[in-house]
Every structure is written in C-alpha cells, then in structure tokens.
Design a protein around this ligand. Sequence first.
Ligand code: ZN
Ligand code: ZN
Length: 451
Amino acid sequence: MTVTNTTDEPDRPPLERLIGFDTLSRPLESWYAFVSRLIRANLLNDVDIRKQLPVDWVRCAFAPQAIQTSDLAIPTPYVDQLPDAALKLRPVTWQPFPELSSAPPECLRGCPSCLEAGYHSYAMQGDAIARCPVHDEPLVHRCPHCDTQLLWLARSPGLSAFQCPAGCPLLEGTHSGLHVPHEDQITAALEEHLVWTQALREAIAFVSGPVHIAYPPYLAVAPMRMPPLPSIGLLPALLHALKETGLAVPAFAPFHEQSNGRWTLKVEPWTWNGADPRDESHLEAYRRAFRRSAYRTYVPLVDRVSFEQWLARSEDAHGKWHEGGVEEGSTCATFVLASYMVTNNELVALRRLLARDSNPGLACAHYTQVLINLLEHARLRRTALDQLEEPSLHVTVAEAFDVIVCTAAGHYRVSGETRGDDASRHTWLDFRELAEMAGGMIHVMRKYGPR
Ligand SMILES: [Zn+2]
Ligand SMILES: [Zn+2]
C-alpha cells in the first residue's frame, strides 16, 4: 500500500503542517522518535493518530523489527529525500551481526538522557554501543523509573510514544523533543559508529552459522523467546579472538561494548573439501530427517563416515552411553538417541545450520563438527546428571557459540562458550523445557527419567 496524501483523503491535513514534521530530516534519528514526536508535539490521541498519520508510519515506528526491505518504499515520498532511509527505518541496518546481540529486538533501547530529550536512534538498538557517546550513560532497554521492559508497542501508539509500558514518561517534564540538546554531537558520534559497523561487515563475513545454544536453565529467565539471545559480550569476544589471527579489525570507540562478558572463544583456521558436490536438495533431505518424539530423537548424519569413526572412538573410550545407533533412512542415515540426551535448543541450532547456508558443502562440514561437539557435551552432561551429588562443570548454566567466518586471511572457525556460577547447577534438578519440534514436554532428567 502506498502512503496517501491529502488529495486522496480530504479529512487529513497535510502532514507537513504537523508540529515537528521538519525533524524528519534528522538523518540518524529513529523513525520511532520522529513519529512519537509528531504524536506528542501535536497532542494526538489514538483517534487523531488514526486520522492524521498514515497507518504504515505508525506500524514502522512501533514494530520496527518487523519491517521488511520491501516495506522501505512505504513511507514515501518524504523518506525518499533522506540520504539513507534504512538507517532511519530499520534497526538491523546498524548491526554488523544482529544474531550476536544480547538486547531484545522487541524492546526500545536507548540512552535515558537522550530519551528524556526526545531523541532515539536505531544505532542504540543492538548492544554494540554500551554507553551514550554524549551523556556517557549506559544504554537501557528497561524503564529507568520502574524497570519494566520497554516493549515498543505495549499499549496503544498514543500511550507508547516515549512512555514505558507501565506509564512512566520517558521524556523529561514537558520536553517536546523539537529541540534536542547536543544533537550535532550525537549525530557525529553515530556517524563514527556507522563507519565502524560498515568496516566490520567488510572485514568479516559469516559463511556458516552463527550457532548459539543456551543451556538451560537460562531459558527460565528468558521466557517465550525462541531462540534465546546470547549473553552480553559475544561481539567483543569475537573481535578480540579474530584480532589474534592478525586480522585488521576496526578499533573500538570508547562508547562501544568492549567487555567479553563471560565468553571465551577460540579461533582455528578452517579448511574443508570445497569440491563437495552437495546441493540444496541434499540439505532439504537432511532437514526433513530431523525428528523428535517424547522418547527418540533422529538427527541426520550428513557425513556418515566421519560420524561413525567418531562414534566408534567414543564408545571405545566411554562404553555405549547413548542407548541408540545409526539407522539408514529413506533419504539419509540418522543417529537415533534417547530424546532426553539432547535439548531442543541443541536440535534447533543444528537444524538452523542446515537451513540457512548458501554453500551446502561448507554447511555440511560445519554441521558435522558441531554435531560431534554437541554429542560430546551431551555425553558429559548425561554423566554429570547421573551423579548430581558430585557437581560437574557440565550442568552449570552455559551457552555455546560456533561460526565459520571468511576474512581477508581466509576461513576460520570461531567457537567457544560461557559458563554460569556453580550455584546454577542446582536448577537442573527439576528442569523441563518446552518441545518445539513435536509437541508435548521434553524432559531432561536423570538416568531413570522418561525415555
Ligand atoms: Zn545520551
Ligand atoms: Zn516505568
């Protein structure tokens, strides 16, 4: 649908006549801030908003992560005049690798002082920027007054414009946002951030993955989100790790997130048989082979030889720990194991690896390695759960990460993990996770749990 103007809808006064319309020209400010300002500065209630603002404008402002590239044509003609409409309309344009961000995309994230002045930019949405370049305050996605998450559209647009879902005003006093103090400084700093973001994208390309697996009970504190977001520090950890290969990574600005959090990553040069003739139809067969029921889980084996070699070594060393085996299916061989041995998170991660890669040969090689690592982890966890009275590292809260990147110096595999505190082990005593793949509950329990 195209945006209509006054000639089609005689009831609507020209948009240009709204107070604050000229702030459309702030190039790096978000569409949310612009539309919210129109709402606040013109004292529009929800009825007025429907009458006076194009419905797509409101949608773009309060559900920006749902915007598709094709939607960028919607708010014409005004947005056509902007130097780069995507910077104003799409949070993801500002993030070099959105999958690494720990900030929830469904929430507004910004500097409390900038928000008080009626300013917000999508540059502040991911977690690459830790502190406001001008106010030096930590960026937040929770209300500074009551700690409620700042969901974009928790209430009606009229009530969600610069207010937290619980109703606290984010603007200071009667600030209209028409004049933003330090606007030039903020814009200059965000321009610097944009250059940094673009340099990262040029230096590093993700060619397979990223895989992020959160080990329960992390899920318990991130309800309803699939997949869970990585904890803070993954992007800096990746950059620090890649720097050690000699790669020229753009330097951090003082306002960037520079802490690795609890992440420890390692980098290895990556080689694979580039002549592997697999194609999209192979990948599709492997994807279809994933199957999970309450008792048995089927995981496709894309490289049966390497897998069986590893399995034989593992059984020699540890005995038979998986209560399953390799089965020849109609489209491909699968490894069948007790469902409680692997978590939904792990299965989803494996499946994604085969779902989104443009180079099937590379994706299959990466998948095989991730699968083997994952089953090693499952074995150790199984042993640890069976002996819970002797706490083990393998039942703490943890996250795993794996990606194949392409840089000027070649391909690298970057992999690693986080670990929670020792106390987090106890949450495994009664842990269950919702099954995503085949309904019902999948229980991850001790040896004599459901099979
Ligand atoms: Zn600020
Ligand atoms: Zn609040």
